[in-house]
Design a protein around this ligand. Structure first.
Ligand SMILES: [Zn+2]
Length: 358
């Protein structure tokens, strides 16, 4: 995220020490430790190599955001279910932001977001970016089968997978999680973009934290990727998946106020904003009202000056068809990341599908 307030706060802090810890096993005791307590057992960001029968390795990352613990719970469940028997294939497990997990937040104010710090990041000089470079350098020396980065979000969203490449094996990996697949180029510095240069890679969004169904779905994906011999040879066709592409990130300017309950603010968003997520919306759908000349910030990978919202008559209306994602009612998520994303449907060739919503 290029103008992320957390990143701007963190970017000058280049002298904080941060070291990657490495282990060749995961003590059984950790299989019952919840994410907020992991800091008592691990010194910081940690990479664990768990050997399996097949050397082609599954890379897993969890807790890149400290308050998104579904990935850690899923890993605990997979390892418990294995019961000490050899894994079908080796795992390289990255356990990310333990300090933020301790505090129950996505990212601490002093930190660079752990999922904006991977190679390709806009802030390569931060301690977090140095750790991620080290992780990727180790991954480059490992025979990788696939990579899965597990997240939660704060809004009403279906479970879905995100990819940074539309090559068949990336989409087949995403298909192990479900039909809904989002292709994105922004924000930069994310885990799946860095790993997609090495192997098929996905980010999976497992709904809100603390929901058993999200953990079960992540477990299913990990176990499927562990036991898959190889990716199918046949090509993925448009009918196999619902493929969408993010074309804009919507942000509230850092100096603007906002509300969801109709109270006085620069932007008064509708209280059910997150129920628009993954709906195919026509131009004209209202997101709420705005004061005076305030405008939402739009970040796009294509640049350009297309009109995304129409601000006439004090309303904030979509100026073109779109499918929103991740629209959130959580003020912290808005401040640390964004209000949400706008997407449209694309085909396997990357072209926008004509005549469909968005
Ligand atoms: Zn996340």
């Amino acid at each position: 995220m290029t103008a992320d307030s957390a990143e701007l706060a963190a970017s000058p802090c280049v002298d904080r020490p941060l070291a990657l810890a490495r282990y060749d096993h995961l003590p059984d005791a950790l299989l019952d430790v919840p994410a907020p307590e992991l800091w008592r057992h691990l010194p910081g960001p940690t990479l664990v190599h768990l050997p399996g029968r097949h050397a082609s390795t599954l890379f897993l990352s969890v807790l890149l955001h400290g308050n998104e613990d579904t990935g850690w719970r899923a890993v605990q469940s997979v390892l418990k279910r294995a019961g000490g028997r050899p894994l079908p294939r080796s795992i390289l497990l990255f356990v990310g932001n333990l300090a933020a997990a301790k505090a129950g937040v996505r990212t601490l104010p002093s930190q660079h977001d752990y999922n904006r710090a991977w190679p390709g990041t806009a802030h390569p000089q931060t301690p977090e970016a140095a750790v991620m470079r080290e992780v990727v350098a180790i991954a480059e020396r490992t025979p990788l089968f696939a990579s899965i980065d597990i997240h939660n979000n704060t809004a009403n969203n279906p479970h879905y997978a995100c990819v940074n490449s539309c090559d068949d094996h990336h989409l087949q990996l995403a298909g192990l999680f479900g039909r809904t697949v989002v292709y994105f180029e922004e924000p930069v510095g994310v885990q799946s973009a860095a790993l997609s240069r090495l192997c098929p890679a996905v980010t999976v969004e497992c709904g809100r934290p603390g929901v058993a169904a999200g953990v079960a779905h992540a477990v299913e994906l990990i176990e499927a990727a562990l036991s898959l011999q190889h990716f199918p040879d046949h090509a993925v066709i448009d009918a196999d998946i619902d493929l969408m592409r993010t074309f804009a990130i919507v942000k509230v300017p850092a100096d603007a106020t906002f509300s969801y309950d109709g109270s006085d603010a620069d932007f008064c968003f509708r209280s059910d904003l997150d129920h628009l997520n993954f709906a195919e919306l026509e131009a004209g759908v209202s997101f709420g009202t705005h004061a005076g000349t305030r405008r939402l910030e739009i970040v796009t990978s294509q640049g350009g000056h297309a009109e995304y919202f129409d601000y006439s008559d004090g309303e904030i209306r979509l100026a073109q068809r779109a499918i929103p994602a991740m629209l959130t009612l959580d003020p912290n998520a808005v401040r640390l990341d964004c209000l949400g994303y706008l997407m449209h449907r694309i085909g396997r060739d990357g072209r926008r599908l004509a005549g469909t919503g968005g």
